[in-house]
Ligand binder design. Structure first.
Ligand SMILES: [Zn+2]
Length: 119
């Protein structure tokens, strides 16, 4: 079960964008991969990243080329490590830790601050 999902509102909790909020556009899941066989051995949750709208934007300078005579600056959203963001609860509007509980046989997330269900 993922702590953070696509379209969640998250808040950055460290770095120079601390306190900034944005929507999760993409979750980049990390896997343990067997070096020899290149097979996935299982999820590596400690290396997951998220791409968040409007956050962690890096400017990349493209060099002049024959196709692109001006050269240009391209903005890319660099992925943020999951441990650097926290879910924002839609009920209490605070960045919160997420708990899990079962309701009607379904595992759902809840806000550890106000105890409201998130999913
Ligand atoms: Zn809450």
């Amino acid at each position: 079960m993922q702590r953070i999902k696509k379209d969640d509102l998250v808040e950055v909790i460290s770095g120079n964008e601390k306190g900034e909020r944005g929507e999760v556009e993409e979750i980049i899941l990390a896997w343990y991969i067997d070096r020899r066989t290149k097979k996935r051995l299982g999820r590596d949750k400690n290396r997951d990243f998220v791409r968040v709208s409007g956050l962690n934007v890096r400017k990349k300078h493209k060099k002049k080329s024959s196709a692109n005579t001006q050269g240009e600056i391209v903005e890319i959203r660099a992925p943020i490590h999951v441990s650097n963001v926290m879910l924002v609860c839609s009920d209490c509007n605070e960045a919160t830790r997420v708990g899990f509980r079962e309701v009607d046989g379904k595992k759902i997330r809840f806000c550890k601050l106000c105890n409201e269900n998130i999913d």
